[in-house]
Design a protein. Sequence first.
Length: 238
Amino acid sequence: MLTDPRLIVGLDLPSIDAARAMVERLGGVVSFYKVGLTLLARPGGVAFAHELRAQGKQVFQDWKLHDIGAQVEGAARSVAEGGCDLLTVHAEPQVMRGAVKGRDAAGTGTKLLAVTVLTSLSDADLGELGYGFTAAELVERRVRQALDCGVDGVVSSPLEAANVRRIAAEAGRPDFLVVTPGVRPEGAERGDQQRVATPRAALEAGATHLVVARPVIGADNPLTAASAIVESIDGIAN
């Protein structure tokens, strides 16, 4: 069976046992997993993330850290020292600078991702929150700040991926990661995501990684669903 490390399956499940069973069902087709707050907050949640790495999987701990710089620095150092491939923080300069400082102190290979604008938010939602920017405008502002702060990439919707890739290239950062949630295979429901695209379209737009949860873990046959995504992106270069 084909596998592709650009596909990150989100284990957005109610229990660690359910997540562990899903990993077993997906077998060798999926090599990269996202562990989010629902599981991380459970007793044994962080240990489960470490268990996946011990099995040879790559792990994205989706903490979305957001606090004063000193607290984020300490938290980022702790997560990085424990062992983690990708770690998210919110894309605010003070937060990102603290995270970079903590990660660097850990001396591990953890890569930091800054969350630009949640893919559940529309332009109207941002207006309600008091922002004077559209989603695209706010993403661009935060990408530039992320590059200045020295993080490794951003989490951004597929609809902004091309612009993120352009900004990173202009800044001399071709290695900058663009991790896209809001990825939906053809015919899949949007759920609570507002800014979505197909896996193929997201990669063609400039994404380096795809985060897919419900279309895989909610499928009647998760293995078949994951395999179909991997096959659909086979041969597409980043």
